[in-house]
Design a protein around this ligand. Structure first.
Ligand code: GLY
Length: 602
């Protein structure tokens, strides 16, 4: 994405949040006059694709692909082996939460671009009885981190938040999985870590991993410890080769036998700190020993009668999606036609406003005061969307934040449902593909470059082009704002309906939201909703992005005529793993063909 210059409209004016919100409430009755109700009749969704929603002629994915179906449990991940591990756990009598833990460790072995023990993530859970929870195991800034650590002597941004040892936050994944196991595990910890150890001892490389390693060959060659693991004999392993990661197998064995102490203390911690010292990084023994996860109240909101449960800050995903959904609810998107210029215009106008707020006001709630309640409020959404005009794009520079205060796009998502009806949505990352590119020598795993998700220089774009504010400036121990949006949806009767999420850096929120709109507003089946082309807007830069061949030229022209600027991406966007529960209880899943994952059920 191209960089954007900051403008005065993006400067936060502290202390005006409550005033803005009070004004919004005062105006609400006037602005609401003439609005339609937010709740509309849900579309019945089943296994069949909607024949009346054709995709563009040149679009590469099918509108009538068959979902994978099963009666009891279902696992959908970006990688065949990880999915297989999850399914084995379900078949052995484990729950969706047990499977989620085993899948997380397996992905650290078979999907090193994003699966990890050197990064962090978010888990959203909905139990069969409807109880929900949200686990934040996002990385934290090391104690020696400081606000301007990525600026040079002239105050200019360097690439040190993206590449190398200084880019890493304190990893959260191992503690996250431990906490999830403490609360929900039914099978033993050892049983859940063991499959990853066996994979690290050697597995046959399949096409997805071979492609990923090949395309990152140059960056994997930068650091010797990374080269040794991923470019043995100077080249990445090919399809059919056995890929062995003995150091990683030993690290995972320590985690299996010692729990989090096998990572945050003792030999693994010593190896991490030694790696830091070799490369000028700042993660210390104390940072590792101090790492804690946080159980948080999930963001829960309704959209056209469906109840959506998603991740609260330190991820922006749930709150931003709630604001978009509430702005859009008064518009009958289905009546406009799927991917008509009218529909895309309205979605984009809602997204711009939601991202403007996200970028300025959301951050780690343990460190800064965030207006979460307001962002989730329908009244605020009505005001926020009130200046959307049907025939003209509002320039992003005219959209300041409405609230004020005193993952290359690699990441990976997986979705699991078990026979009881428990559902787990997990999005986890080391940020860029292969993170900081630094492998901890002797421990065999890559470290994240999550520090770039802070506003390293508030008001200037990060690697995803996101222009974020002071709220998300670097502070020791703080979590960097994320866009990860693991989400579970219940139908209007309160029954589990849909589990979804994706990687994609700043596009995560709009991609997840589009899968929901596709099924709720347009009645698509799970495969169609995942295969459908996607669009994206994030307020700044002021551009609609669309996937290669993903929009008809007539639609592009009609949007341009309204004042929108559009950019066709070179490739695709996201890697959704989605599971839908059909009216008869069948689990129907679709793993996004964009990266070539696998869904399996029993
Ligand atoms: N690293 C991508 C995100 O957390 O949003």
């Amino acid at each position: 994405m191209s960089a954007a210059e900051p403008s005065s409209s993006r400067v936060a004016l502290s202390g005006r949040r409550l005033l803005t919100f009070a004004l919004a409430l005062a105006l609400a009755p006037v602005l609401l006059a003439g609005c339609e109700s937010g709740e509309s009749m849900p579309v019945t969704t089943d296994a069949a694709p909607r024949a009346d929603i054709p995709f563009p002629e040149d679009w590469r994915f099918s509108a009538d692909a068959e979902p994978v179906t099963a009666a009891e449990g279902m696992v959908s991940t970006t990688d065949y082996y990880a999915t297989r591990v999850g399914l084995d756990v379900l078949e052995a009598g484990g729950t969706a939460m047990d499977a989620a833990i085993a899948v997380s460790f397996a992905l650290a072995v078979v999907n090193p671009a994003a699966g990890n023990i050197g990064g962090g993530g978010f888990m959203v859970t909905r139990l069969a009885d409807g109880q929900t929870s949200a686990l934040d195991y996002r990385e934290k800034a090391p104690a020696a981190a400081h606000r301007d650590m990525y600026l040079d002597e002239d105050g200019e941004l360097t690439d040190r938040s993206i590449l190398g040892h200084l880019a890493s936050g304190v990893p959260g994944t191992v503690m996250g999985m431990w906490e999830a196991h403490q609360r929900y595990g039914t099978l033993s910890w050892e049983e859940l870590v063991q499959p990853a150890i066996e994979l690290a001892e050697g597995f046959e490389v399949r096409d997805r991993l071979a492609r990923s390693l090949r395309s990152s060959r140059r960056s994997l060659a930068i650091y010797e410890s990374t080269r040794e693991v991923f470019l043995p004999d100077g080249e990445p392993p090919e399809v059919g080769d056995t890929f062995r990661q003995p150091d990683l197998a030993r690290t995972l064995t320590r985690i299996r036998d010692q729990g989090p102490d096998g990572f945050y203390r003792g030999e693994t911690a010593d190896l991490i700190v030694a790696e830091m010292e070799r490369g000028g990084g700042i993660i210390s023994h104390q940072d590792l020993a101090d790492y804690e996860t946080a159980w948080r109240d999930p963001v829960t909101f309704t959209y056209r009668g469906y109840t959506i449960t998603s991740m609260p800050p330190s991820s922006s995903g749930g709150a931003t999606m709630a604001l978009m959904a509430h702005i859009l609810e008064k518009h009958d998107l289905a009546a406009l036609g799927w991917h008509s210029d009218d529909m895309i215009h309205l979605m984009v106008e809602a997204w711009k406003r939601a991202y403007a707020d996200r970028n300025q006001v959301l951050a780690d709630p343990d460190y800064v005061d965030i207006p979460l309640e307001e962002m989730l409020s329908r009244d605020y959404a009505r005001i926020r969307g009130a200046d959307i005009t049907p025939d003209r794009a509002t320039p992003s520079d005219d959209i300041g934040p409405g609230l004020e205060v005193g993952e290359s796009t690699e990441t990976t998502h997986y979705s699991i449902v078990d026979r009881h009806g428990n559902a787990v949505a997990v999005t986890t990352t080391i940020n860029s593909g292969y993170g900081s590119k630094v492998t901890v020598a002797g421990a065999g795993f890559l470290l994240n470059n999550e520090m770039d998700d802070f506003a390293a220089k508030p008001g200037f774009p990060n690697q995803f082009g996101l222009v974020q504010g002071e709220q998300n400036a670097i502070e020791p121990g703080k979590r960097m704002l994320s866009a990860m949006t693991p989400t579970v949806v219940a139908d209007p009767d309160g029954e589990l309906f849909f589990v979804t999420g994706t990687p994609g850096g700043s596009t995560i929120i709009t991609t997840t939201f589009q899968t929901i709109v596709n099924v709720v507003d347009f009645g698509m089946n799970v495969s169609q909703s995942v295969n459908a082309p996607r669009v994206h807007h994030q307020h700044l830069p002021d551009q609609i992005y669309f996937e290669n061949s993903g929009l008809r030229s007539a639609v592009v022209e009609a949007l341009e005529a309204r004042g929108h600027t559009l950019q066709e991406r070179g490739g695709t966007s996201g890697d959704v793993q989605a599971i839908m529960i059909l009216p008869d209880g069948t689990r129907a899943a679709h793993s996004d063909p964009r990266l070539g994952g696998t869904a399996l059920g029993h």
